[in-house]
Design a protein around this ligand. Structure first.
Ligand SMILES: [Zn+2]
Length: 256
């Protein structure tokens, strides 16, 4: 059981409520990031909670990864057993947030990090989601904020089996499918990965999902001197992973 577990199991109705609140929490730090980044500009005094974030005792990247693995094991073994005490956590977090892992994953409604990692509660995960867990400018900037300013020691790029965005990119590469609207532009960063993977696996989409997560994890330090510096100093670890929507298991790939 996690530290924030309620003594009793949540009803299905409450679990759905928890899922909704977790998603809402996942979207909040991005707003806070913009606001706090502005206040943290050079020659400006930082807000009180920014100082608190910097002063927070950090856990090591290895401890953060172990927490995720233990949480996912709880989720796989008994998905209903773990629920977070949202009311008390909400009160505790008014003064500031100290997330211990950054998760870049897909917007797929079946892939909710706070649930997948065993009922992680408010204020623990700094989450970025888009279709296909694409590392775009917005995602990279959010990762930088979480690592540099909030001192989260672990970055996870997590794809998932049966990902529609990755499947769409595979169709573009394999069949020349034209994607409408902004979806084509959205999956463009996945196309080189799909092209590299084509003809190399009997399960083209599944292999591209894994390679897309690995590629995203590699690109973060390559494209961010802020994160690469943190990695070189041992303060931050980057891992890739694939979530199985059927079994509930997260397989950690490179870096784990
Ligand atoms: Zn997906």
């Amino acid at each position: 059981m996690c530290l924030d577990c309620l003594p009793t199991r949540l009803s299905r109705r409450n679990m759905m409520k928890f899922a909704g609140l977790s998603l809402a929490a996942a979207s909040m730090p991005i707003t806070a990031s913009a606001s706090e980044s502005k206040h943290a500009a050079p020659n400006e005094e930082k807000p009180a909670d920014a100082h608190k974030a910097e002063a927070a005792p950090a856990i090591s990247p290895e401890e953060a990864l172990a927490r995720l693995k233990e949480g996912n094991a709880r989720f796989v073994n008994d998905a209903d057993a773990c629920a977070a005490n949202l009311a008390s956590r909400r009160e505790e977090l008014v003064a500031g947030q100290h997330p211990w892992a950054i998760i870049l994953t897909c917007s797929d409604s079946r892939v909710t990090p706070e649930l997948v990692f065993g009922g992680v509660t408010l204020g623990e995960l700094f989450v970025i989601r888009n279709a296909g867990n694409v590392l775009d400018t917005s995602a990279l900037g959010t990762i930088e904020y979480g690592a540099e300013h909030l001192h989260a020691p672990l970055i996870v790029v997590m794809g998932h089996k049966k990902c529609g965005a990755v499947a769409a990119a595979c169709d573009v590469v394999q069949k020349g499918t034209q994607l409408e609207g902004s979806i084509g532009k959205m999956v463009q960063p996945i196309l080189p990965v799909a092209l590299h993977t084509l003809f190399k696996s009997p399960d083209f989409v599944a292999e591209t999902v894994a390679n897309n997560a690995i590629s995203g994890a590699h690109r973060i330090p390559d494209e961010s001197h802020i994160v690469s510096h943190l990695v070189e100093s041992g303060k931050v670890k980057i891992v890739s992973a694939v979530y199985d929507i059927e079994s509930g298991k997260v397989d950690f790939l490179e870096g784990a």
